[in-house]
Design a protein around this ligand. Structure first.
Ligand SMILES: [Zn+2]
Ligand SMILES: [Zn+2]
Length: 262
């Protein structure tokens, strides 16, 4: 039975899947993207890979299972390998990984001379550690601990952008909307920051924002010090150092601008 992948907010994506098997290997079959059909295939594949990563699944195997290739190729010749190996998910940049999978897929074709890429043939994702039930839960956003706060917020940002583009009909949607939002659990990852970096940067700023140079907007009740926030110029998540050189003390306005401004 074909169903749709759900994103981190539980929204239905235009990307069909089913549980299927290929020479005894049962897994998740993602349907290919062509024209209007399964237009969210790429995001769906990334979401599935992220969920696998969050579930600590270290690696999976991917086989192309589109009709034409099934007819002419053995399973081993339809396997998508990266540098000759299975798909390593642990510690991978998921966006990069999805693109690498895509470009490897294009190389598996009946006529190697043909220029046609078919970048998104039907694929089967398989792991001995993932049961059919779990594959289904992963696809439908039901597996435990799959959503991080960051992913959840990114999905919400996308929805806000869509809402801005779909002003018409908003009144109707608001009328029908659930006014008691559903509660969900998210897993969060954070960095153990060095307290000395924070205090050294605050000392250096001496009560003035290091961006706009205004005086700190208020005094902290807790310890009577000027309120400033310590921001990493290159984000820790992007590999930035937790060091005095990579940090600035800024007022709350400037801090928001650092994260959300142009
Ligand atoms: Zn400022
Ligand atoms: Zn910051």
């Amino acid at each position: 039975m074909l169903e749709n992948i759900l994103d981190f907010n539980g929204n239905v994506l235009n990307a069909k899947f089913e549980i299927g098997s290929d020479e005894g290997k049962e897994g998740l079959v993602l349907h290919s993207w062509s024209g209007q059909k399964n237009s969210a295939y790429n995001s769906a594949l990334e979401i599935v890979l992220k969920r696998l990563q969050n579930l600590n699944i270290k690696a999976i195997r991917i086989f192309i299972v589109s009709k034409d290739l099934l007819k002419f190729f053995n399973q081993k010749d339809r396997e998508v390998l990266l540098k000759g190996k299975e798909i390593i998910i642990a510690n991978s940049d998921i966006n990069r990984l999805r693109k690498d999978i895509g470009s490897e897929q294009t190389k598996i074709k009946i006529n190697p001379q043909s220029k046609g890429g078919n970048p998104t043939k039907k694929i089967l994702l398989y792991s001995p550690n993932v049961s059919s039930e779990l594959w289904k839960d992963i696809a439908l956003n039901k597996s435990k601990n799959v959503t991080t706060l960051k992913e959840f917020n990114e999905a919400l940002e996308k929805k806000i952008t869509e809402s801005k583009l779909m002003r018409g009909g908003r009144e109707e949607r608001l009328k029908k909307a659930n006014k008691r939002p559903e509660e969900i659990e998210v897993v969060s990852k954070t960095f153990k920051r060095n307290a000395d970096v924070i205090t050294a940067v605050l000392d250096r700023a001496n009560g003035f924002c290091e961006k706009c140079e205004s005086k700190a907007p208020f005094i902290r009740a807790k310890d009577n010090t000027p309120y400033l926030e310590v921001h990493h110029v290159i984000q820790l998540a992007d590999g930035g150092e937790d060091s005095v050189e990579n940090a600035i003390a800024v007022c709350p306005n400037c801090h928001r601008e650092c994260h959300y401004g142009i």
